[in-house]
Every structure is written in structure tokens, then in C-alpha cells.
Design a protein around this ligand. Structure first.
Ligand code: ATP
Length: 241
């Protein structure tokens, strides 16, 4: 088996007095899209934040491209080519869409071919190019946040619940964007509650429960097995038609 891009082994994370991650084992293969599912409070966001060094693992190891990043600082982890799009849609409201992207561009200049490529799947960005990002809708802000993360090519993109609160049409365009992205230049680890969004998009899946990965495998296997979905996700059989 080829070496995974990222692997977590026995990762524990404490937040203050709370023991949140309790031995997370997770493998993200290079290329494609991996999904982290699980009920509210299972530890999905904490896992992304721990990978990014925003919470420090209290035990276990996180290895990226063969290198132990468990104790590295967040800026150093970002410099290795890992980007994080938090659930809160991190955009600078006062700045225009263009300025938001410019701040995320490493050399302080935008690569116009790259921007055209990104706007190809997020046309709203071009339309509102010189508008303050704070004036955009939730879905459009989400597009700006994702565009900021990919304005420079990244090896690994961590994205937390991108569909939360979005209208179905926007969810469709986000889906198309992720489909292209995963086929082009990135490996994506996506946290989602919306099983419909990820059932055809995901290649591999981990299901978290109580601070651990309770199930890991191919997404196809989970998508085709209603009984497994019900057991792991508590989905009723008609909730994902
Ligand atoms: N800053 C914090 N202080 C204390 N506890 C926290 C903090 N952040 C998260 N937790 C707790 O850690 C547990 C896991 O939270 P986390 O946000 O990782 O879950 P999640 O699976 O992403 O949930 P959701 O789907 O609701 O976003 C929860 O019980 C939560 O209350």
C-alpha cells in the first residue's frame, strides 16, 4: 500500500480539563476526498484543529508525508501545504473579495490563471470581485473562504462542514467544485453532517463517535449499506433519498 499523505495514530486531545479526542486513528490516502462523519460533538472539528496544531495533541502522533508534525506550530504546519477552512467561514468582512484572496496569496500577488480557474467553479467571486466580502451571502462567503484556501496550490485541504446552512443550489455548485478540486491538485479531508453531499463525492470515510474513529473504510461500502448507515449514523432509510 502506498504511504498515506496523513495519518493519525492514537491521538488524544484535551481542551482544558476535558478529554475530547480519546485515541483517534485515521489514515488519509494521497489524492481524492476523505470524509469525516459523526454526530454533533463526536470530535470532528477537534480532529481538524488538532491536525492543524490549533489544539495540541496530548498523546499519539500525526504524520504528514512521512514527517511527524504533532508538535509543530500552526504556521509551520500551514507552510507544509495544509490549509484549513473552518466552519465559521473565515473571511475579512471589510475587505473586497479580491483583497481577501490577495492576502492569502503567498508572494503578495495573485496568479491570474489560478484565479480564473477558481472563478470557473465559483463564478460569484468574479461578479462580486470588488465588493466587501461582508456584504455577500453565507454561500458566497463560503466560496471566498474556500478560494482563500486554494489560491495557492495546497497538498491537503481540511474543510469543516462547508454545506452548513446553504441553499440546495449552492450545495450543488460546491459539490461540483470539490469534484474538480479532488481530481486536480489536492487531497481533501472534509467534515460533514450532510450525508447526501458526501455519499458520491467521498472516496474514503471515517465515522467518529465519542472522540474516536468508530468505523473507517471506503465510502462506497457505507453508501451502499443502509444497515451500516443506520448503525453508524442513525440515519433512517428514507432520510437520504
Ligand atoms: N473550546 C472548547 N472547550 C470545551 N469543550 C469543547 C471546546 N470545543 C469543543 N468542545 C467539546 O468537544 C467535543 C467535540 O466537539 P467538536 O466540535 O470537535 O465536535 P464535532 O464532531 O465537530 O461536532 P459538530 O458536528 O456539532 O460540529 C464536544 O463535546 C464539545 O462540547
Amino acid at each position: 500500500m502506498p504511504e498515506p499523505l496523513l495519518s493519525l495514530s492514537g491521538v488524544h486531545t484535551h481542551i482544558g480539563q476535558y478529554h475530547i479526542l480519546q485515541g483517534v486513528d485515521l489514515v488519509v490516502p494521497r489524492g481524492g476526498l476523505s470524509v469525516l462523519l459523526g454526530r454533533n460533538g463526536a470530535g470532528k472539528t477537534t480532529t481538524l484543529r488538532t491536525i492543524m496544531g490549533l489544539w495540541k495533541a496530548s498523546a499519539g502522533s500525526i504524520v504528514f508525508e512521512g514527517r511527524d508534525i504533532t508538535k509543530m506550530s500552526t504556521p509551520d504546519i500551514a507552510r507544509l501545504g495544509i490549509a484549513y477552512v473552518p466552519e465559521s467561514m473565515a473571511v475579512f468582512s471589510e475587505l473586497t473579495v479580491r483583497e481577501n484572496l490577495l492576502l492569502a496569496a503567498r508572494g503578495g500577488a495573485l496568479d491570474s490563471a489560478r484565479v480564473d480557474w477558481i472563478c470557473g467553479f465559483f463564478p460569484a467571486l468574479k461578479k462580486f470581485w470588488n465588493y466587501p466580502a461582508g456584504n455577500l451571502s453565507g454561500g458566497q462567503k463560503q466560496m471566498v473562504a474556500i478560494a482563500r484556501a486554494i489560491v495557492e496550490p495546497k497538498k491537503l485541504l481540511l474543510v469543516d462542514e462547508p454545506t452548513k446552512g446553504l441553499a440546495p443550489a449552492i450545495v450543488q455548485s460546491l459539490m461540483a467544485a470539490f469534484r474538480e478540486l479532488k481530481d486536480l491538485d489536492s487531497t481533501i479531508l472534509l467534515v460533514e453532517q450532510n450525508f447526501n453531499f458526501v455519499r458520491t463525492l467521498g472516496d474514503t470515510v471515517g465515522v467518529m463517535d465519542d472522540g474516536r474513529v468508530a468505523h473507517a473504510g471506503a465510502m462506497r461500502e457505507l453508501a451502499e449499506d443502509d444497515a451500516l448507515q443506520t448503525r453508524l449514523l442513525g440515519l433512517s432509510l428514507d432520510s437520504h433519498q
